[in-house]
Ligand binder design. Structure first.
Ligand SMILES: Nc1ncnc2c1ncn2[C@@H]1O[C@H](COP(=O)(O)OP(=O)(O)OP(=O)(O)O)[C@@H](O)[C@H]1O
Length: 263
């Protein structure tokens, strides 16, 4: 077994009387592409938000490299090496791609708002460094040609990649992706899959939640399946696909043909 970098221990998250997530355990190992799927309302988003530190669990713990990240501020979590994207793209549409990526660096550089306003030496040094690093990231992920394009003018699939590129500016080890293929057409989805696999080859560990079964099954090395807030299966895509409990969860909800076709 490889090094565990993110661990969920008996996570429960209740909203009033509603048990959105119930006793879920998970271990993401270094270099995994760890996929989480489940039917609508299964608790994926809630679990994701607990893992990224956005929600405190009702009970249980989240450990990053053995250290609890529960109740830590988002920037503290980011500094530890965890980056995330959001379900709805959160780019500045009227800014260039490069400037969007540069924003991702603000947590890492030491220039204060004071430095920035008065554009003093420290700010200028940081600004140069950040521009260089931003360009490096764009080269690394194949987005260099868009560096001067306004984010709002890009095709949807490319905007998604820019969002992920911005997350890389935090220099993370672990990237959490929240439904990255939502709203994409099949060719954009294919492109995104390759993009994520390439990042993984670069050494990033990835945890991803998605509705799209085919996306998760063809990309992940490990899959966790939630249903009604509980973990019903976990393993390789091959294992999960033939697990009776998974088949029942999906088939029982009446989208068997669709789900099967997508596997
Ligand atoms: N902030 C909240 N307050 C109250 N109930 C919530 C909240 N967030 C989620 N829920 C409920 O928790 C359950 C799990 O929702 P969640 O969004 O985590 O599932 P999901 O698997 O991500 O669903 P989908 O695939 O539809 O996005 C649902 O019954 C949902 O209505």
């Amino acid at each position: 077994m490889g090094e565990v970098i993110l661990e969920a221990k008996e996570i429960c998250k209740y909203f009033g009387g509603l048990k959105a997530v119930e006793q879920v355990n998970m271990q993401v190992e270094k270099n995994d592409i760890f996929g989480i799927i489940g039917p609508n309302g299964a608790g994926k988003t809630t679990f994701f938000n607990v893992c990224s530190g956005m929600y405190s669990p009702t009970s249980g713990d989240i450990l990053y490299k053995g250290e609890s990240i529960i109740n830590k501020r988002p920037e503290e979590i980011a500094k530890k090496g965890i980056a995330r994207t959001f379900q709805n793209i959160q780019l500045f549409r009227n800014m260039t791609v490069l400037n969007n990526v540069k924003i991702g660096f603000h947590i890492r550089t030491n220039a204060s708002i004071f430095d920035a306003i008065f554009r003093n030496k420290k700010y200028k040094l940081d600004e140069e460094l950040v521009t260089q690093e931003g360009l490096e990231i764009l080269k690394k992920v194949g987005l260099y040609e868009y560096k001067d394009t306004l984010a709002g003018n890009l095709a949807y699939g490319i905007q998604r990649r820019v969002e992920i590129a911005r997350a890389l500016a935090l220099n993370p080890e672990l990237i959490l992706l929240d439904e990255p293929a939502a709203g994409m057409n099949p060719s954009e989805t294919q492109g995104l899959m390759k993009f994520i696999q390439d990042l993984n080859k670069e050494g990033y560990t990835i945890m991803v939640i998605e509705h799209d079964m085919k996306f998760i099954m063809s990309m992940s090395n490990k899959v966790l399946v939630l249903n009604f807030g509980q973990k019903i299966s976990e393993g390789t895509p091959e294992y999960v696909k033939q697990d009776e409990k998974v088949i029942t969860a999906y088939f029982g909800r009446g989208f068997d043909k669709e789900a099967e076709a997508k596997c």
